[in-house]
Design a protein around this ligand. Structure first.
Ligand code: ADP
Ligand code: MG
Length: 277
């Protein structure tokens, strides 16, 4: 007997709301992410994208609405519990442990995130050594996958912006997640590393079955990777669809233009650029 296919919707967000004082940062936002997809989330600065990620990943508690992962209501669960369920987010500003080496940054992920202590294990040094060997092997495999083996023994604080983003991606790989939310993974990253990051995301998706949701301002990056794109503005969903439909959507163009100017047009070939305030 063959097992039935799992439902296609991996994550469902329904009517999420969060206000900061009088400001509705996320306002009745709904979103569905299909298993095995790479979903894009775009929108001008202040649209509520990072806040939505924080709500989904348990860093903020919604005032109303629901988050459902594989049919299970996970609304309001703390990050380390969601981490254990395979739902992770990375941050717009990389959060590496700067004095530890790149490899050590990877090796400490599982224990650090789950809040485990090694107190009990102190009395089982052989087990600890075996665990450390396994973690080290996993970290080294990830460094190779991301093509950053050459920086394994360097302090993470000395990495370039792009390498730090790769390390963030690597940290998620330590726990073989189901769904990863990447916040502005391309911000401050040079072109070459941006291609490396895009390639790693695509391979993780195809070869390892990761589902992604990514926020990115570089529309070429979004166009190259994403199946579905959602555009947020003022806390709400403005439009969703394929990259092509979204980037020619009047409301989307107006949301970006409304904040200032579009530097290089608004077609697929151009990049939507926001005005600096
Ligand atoms: P985006 O990631 O799309 O640029 P954010 O989610 O960071 O947008 O912010 C949405 C809105 O919420 C903005 O107006 C921002 O100033 C506000 N905001 C975000 N975080 C906080 C916070 N911790 N306290 C107060 N206001 C916040
Ligand atoms: Mg943001």
């Amino acid at each position: 007997m063959t097992r039935p296919d799992p439902p296609p919707d991996l994550l469902v967000v329904r009517n999420l709301c969060l206000s900061f004082g009088g400001l509705k940062a996320v306002d009745d936002m709904s979103l569905t992410i299909r298993r095995g997809s790479i979903a894009g989330l775009i929108g001008p600065n202040g649209a509520g994208k990072s806040t939505l990620f924080n709500l989904i990943a348990g860093y903020y508690r919604p005032q109303s609405g629901r988050v459902v992962l594989e049919g299970e209501d996970i609304t309001g669960l703390p990050p380390h519990v969601l981490f254990g369920k395979g739902l992770l987010r990375t941050f717009q500003i990389a959060r590496e442990f700067s004095t530890l080496t790149v490899r050590e940054n990877l090796m400490m992920v599982p224990a650090h995130q789950t809040g485990e202590t090694y107190l009990g294990a102190l009395f089982q040094p052989a087990r600890v050594r075996a665990e450390e060997r396994a973690l080290r092997a996993k970290a080294d495999e990830i460094l190779e996958f991301l093509q950053i083996t050459h920086v394994a023994d360097l302090p993470a604080g000395g990495l370039s912006g792009g390498q730090k983003k790769l390390l963030e991606l690597g940290r998620t790989m330590m726990v073989d997640p189901k769904i990863v939310f990447l916040d502005e993974v391309g911000a401050g990253v040079n072109r070459t590393l941006l291609y490396t990051i895009a390639d790693a995301i695509r391979r993780l998706n195809v070869e390892r079955g990761y589902t992604f949701c990514l926020v990115e301002h570089d529309m070429q990056f979004i166009a190259d990777l994403c199946d579905d794109v959602t555009c947020m503005a003022e806390g709400r969903c403005l439009a969703r669809g394929t990259v092509e439909t979204i980037l020619s959507d009047e409301a989307v163009i107006a949301a970006y233009l409304g904040r200032g100017r579009a530097a290089k047009g608004t077609g697929l070939a151009g990049t939507l650029v926001e005005a600096t305030p």
